[in-house]
Design a protein around this ligand. Structure first.
Ligand code: 13P
Ligand code: SF4
Length: 360
């Protein structure tokens, strides 16, 4: 067990503390931007629209970023979606410049898949606790120790970790890919999210070795509080992202990626839903199912004690002024080492080809 690399686990206390501190250092830097006034918002939006046109640029945004950025992406012909769809859109669109509103791995994936496009981000500080807690050297040692395993990594990793993998997957396609490998009788080495890994293992019955990291946002959803909320709203269906802990997933009526959660909200007959994922998704949920009510699942702590409050601090770093700055000056360009990029392209392309064949 000593090769498992914990962020919140119990395997190796020294490493646990080191990783937790590392994530904390990044979190301390993630000071949330001030909300602009209505007048500033209109000015930023106008200036960004103008630059998007002049530079033949497209916004590719995740559901978790600020509603202003999601709106702007949609109004300007760009895209808002889950991480698999973002990768696909970035690769397929005809823009010269992509401006990715999300976290670092999303910008890197866009660059790897579109090496000839300029890829910008409003900020390069937007990381992810899963990426931070999976350093490539330790991960490579883990892989080297298990050469018989197919190496499957979550998209929420660095380009270097992807370059070491046989497959990259996102939450919308992870179960299908591992099912496919299990049918071939291949054991799987999975990194980095332990909750998603354990979920895939339960659903597919595959033989899996799990890295031990977690999403600081989803890990905060609590089964106890959720049970209480279900008592208050017995008619509500629970929709959960698979990065949530086991107890929360056990109580869920539906588990899936962000786009799959939105689809479920539209299709389920329920009028009310408890949602265990980042609150940024509520904008799209409300748009797609306006007659329905959405309640955020309970997290650890309340008010000032609330830790993540179902809101990713790194997604929250994306702002209108930083997007404008980046488009104006070409700042925050995402660059990926060419050789690493070529290597990481292989498992990424495998995922996209698999998705195209299975229409995920
Ligand atoms: P999705 O692929 O479901 O959008 O998830 C990305 C992510 O970072 C969730 O925390
Ligand atoms: Fe990473 Fe979690 Fe933020 Fe998603 S919500 S980007 S998994 S820290």
């Amino acid at each position: 067990m000593q090769e498992i690399h914990p962020v919140g686990g119990i395997v190796d206390e020294g490493r646990l503390i080191a990783d937790t501190l590392l994530v904390k250092q990044y979190l301390d830097r993630a000071v949330q931007p001030d909300a602009p006034s209505a007048r500033e918002r209109a000015e930023y939006r106008g200036a960004i629209m103008d630059l998007l046109e002049r530079r033949n640029a497209m916004i590719v945004a995740h559901y978790y970023v600020d509603a202003d950025l999601q709106e702007l992406a949609e109004e300007s012909g760009g895209f808002v979606g889950d991480s698999l769809e973002m990768a696909r859109f970035g690769r397929d669109c005809a823009a010269d410049v992509l401006i990715v509103a999300g976290v670092r791995f999303m910008g890197e994936t866009a660059k790897i898949l579109s090496p000839d496009k300029i890829v910008l981000m409003p900020t390069l500080e937007a990381t992810c606790s899963l990426d931070v807690a999976c350093p490539v050297d330790e991960f490579s040692r883990f892989c080297d120790a298990h050469p018989d395993h197919a190496v499957v990594v979550y998209a929420n990793t660095s380009a270097a970790v992807k370059a070491r993998a046989d497959w990259v997957v996102t939450s919308s396609i992870a179960v299908d890919v591992v099912d496919h490998l299990a049918a071939e009788g291949r054991p799987v080495l999975w990194a980095p999210d332990r909750h998603l890994g354990a979920y895939i293992e339960r659903v597919t019955g595959a033989e899996m070795l799990l890295w031990d990291a977690a999403c600081i946002v989803h890990e905060e959803f609590k089964a106890r509080g959720l049970q209480d909320l279900i008592q208050v709203y017995p008619d509500a269906a629970v929709l959960a992202h698979p990065e949530s802990p086991y107890g929360v997933l056990e109580l869920a009526d539906f588990v899936g990626s962000t786009t799959q959660i939105i689809k479920a909200a539209k299709e389920f007959p329920n009028r009310r839903f408890i949602v265990a994922t980042d609150q940024g998704i509520f904008r799209k949920l409300q748009m797609e199912a306006p007659a329905k009510e959405f309640i955020v699942a309970p997290t650890a702590g309340n008010g000032a004690e609330c830790r993540s409050c179902a809101s990713c601090p790194w997604m929250g770093l994306n702002s209108l002024p930083d997007m404008l700055e980046s488009l104006k000056n070409g700042s925050n360009e995402v660059l990926v080492d060419k050789q690493l990029s070529r290597q990481a392209m292989v498992p990424l392309r495998r995922m996209l080809d698999f998705a195209a064949n299975s229409r995920s």
